[in-house]
Design a protein around this ligand. Structure first.
Ligand code: PLP
Length: 449
């Protein structure tokens, strides 16, 4: 297993994160447990922003909160001077509850309701990212009601098809997101936005995909966006003040994944941007980005307790060792959704020889393989399994499947561990259930627990 962030192995062969022994965390908070390495997360935020500003001074970085949103995480983003990308009333409310500066917040969504737009405008978000032409009319209506101009970016569909899982590709021609720049939609969007009195067009946005391990898709998107901006400058006399190129930089889930460093990524991105600005003669806009995974992914580790272990003799002399843990699909749907591949280790036996090939299975009522092929010391019930790189799109995509309770999350730093999300209780899981009054009462049925 690659050690990320502050992960170390102590003299007893136990994994430590943020100076906390994984075994102590599991004993104190239970498993499954999301562990968030504060120093790693903060360091990523700082290095990403610094790399962006070193390459292009007039730049800012928003954290894509869909990757991981909790109140404490949002506070960290604020302290690290990031902007925040939100995409639902729930994400907006979380930001508001911790008094996140709304002027540094962007509101996303490909199907915002009028009510959502009202909420975002009332909250005073810095930018609404407009996804389709009808939304411009909605924003005009809400802006008129509020008696002010609403600052927006137009989301462009640049027609760039990145090399990643199909479910996290967004910039290709056949996409539900944004206004196509190959067709008429984006041009029509610019014309409409400029004509509407309560819409203030500040620039363009695009996000082509996620977990991108090469630099090409971003570079192609920048070319398409700036070329489009150049055409619009010629046609409508409009130059963007902001260019937001989204998020998408990949992380090192396994040894095989080799993402570019933050510096390499920005050097290439800004080289392309500067070249295109020179060709089109546009004034350099502010550069905005909204990474999620690359800031928080490697800062998260999930701890599970090993339970059932089964040895199977399969046809043709094959053998399989199934090692079941106390979580799975409900706390990390990515293996099922995207065929995502993770590494793992026994956090209580980091120095034992990893000589056993096993399949890590979840505890749910389907074949929720967490890791198809893992190399571990022969596992025993009660061992602690650590799965790193679960900071992004795990808690935020978690469910109550099988009515499992969502795990707690602890923030670890310099030997201190603080709960930032409580473990759900069984009562939490049934809290929203209602039984129609016309049903017979439990007393009537004569059935008591
Ligand atoms: N911006 C938008 C519009 C997105 O849809 C996403 C992810 O889906 C992101 C930013 C963040 O992407 P990533 O976590 O890959 O950086």
């Amino acid at each position: 297993m690659i050690l990320h962030g502050t992960q170390e192995i102590d003299q007893h062969g136990v994994l430590t994160i943020g100076g906390c022994r994984a075994t102590d965390l599991a004993a104190r908070f239970g498993t499954p447990l999301y562990v968030l390495d504060e120093a790693c997360f903060r360091d990523n935020c700082r290095r990403y922003l610094a790399a962006s500003r070193a390459a292009y001074e007039n730049s800012d970085v928003a954290f894509a909160s869909k990757a991981l949103m909790t109140s404490a995480v949002v506070r960290i983003c604020d302290e690290e001077d990031l902007w925040l990308d939100v995409a639902s009333p729930g994400e907006l409310l979380t930001a508001q509850r911790v008094a996140y500066p709304m002027s540094r917040t962007l509101y996303h969504g490909n199907n915002k309701s009028l009510e959502e737009i009202r909420l975002a405008v009332k909250a005073g978000v810095g930018l609404i990212v407009v996804d389709w032409l009808g939304e411009l009319e909605q924003i005009e209506q809400v802006g008129a009601e509020a008696g002010r101009e609403v600052p927006i970016l137009l989301r462009l569909a640049p027609g760039v098809d990145p090399d990643t899982h199909h479910a996290i590709r967004t910039g290709q021609p056949d996409t539900k997101f944004g206004l196509s720049i190959q067709g008429e939609a984006a041009d029509a969007g610019v014309a409409a936005a400029l004509a509407l009195p309560h819409v203030q067009l500040l620039g363009y946005h695009s996000h082509v995909g996620s977990q991108l391990l090469d630099l090409e898709a971003h570079a192609e998107a920048v070319v398409e966006m700036v070329q489009f901006a150049g055409r619009m400058a010629g046609k409508h006399g409009y130059s963007p003040a902001i260019l937001n190129i989204g998020g998408g930089l990949g992380i090192r889930y396994t040894e095989k994944d080799r993402p570019p460093s933050f510096e390499e990524f920005h050097d290439q991105l800004v080289r392309t941007l500067t070249e295109q600005l020179r060709i089109t003669g546009l004034e350099p806009p502010k550069l905005l980005q909204e990474p999620g995974r690359s800031l928080v992914g490697e800062a998260g580790t999930t701890l599970y307790t090993v339970g059932a272990i089964k040895h199977l003799d399969l046809p043709e002399g094959l053998q399989r060792l199934y090692v079941s843990v106390d979580g799975g699909l409900s706390d990390n749907p990515r293996p099922q959704m995207y065929g995502a591949v993770y590494e793992c280790a026994l956090a209580n036996r980091m120095n034992d020889h990893a000589d056993t090939e096993c399949r890590i299975a979840g505890a749910h009522c389907e074949t929720d393989t967490l890791i198809a092929s893992a190399q571990l010391p022969m596992p025993r019930p009660g061992d602690l399994l650590a799965v790193p790189c679960t900071g992004a799109y795990c808690y935020s995509m978690a469910s109550n499947y099988n009515r499992f309770q969502r795990p707690a999350m602890v923030l670890v730093n310099q030997g201190q561990a603080d709960v930032i999300v409580e473990r759900e209780s069984p009562e939490d899981v049934i809290r929203m259930d209602r039984i129609p009054e016309r049903f017979r009462s439990v007393e009537d049925t004569g059935k008591h627990a």
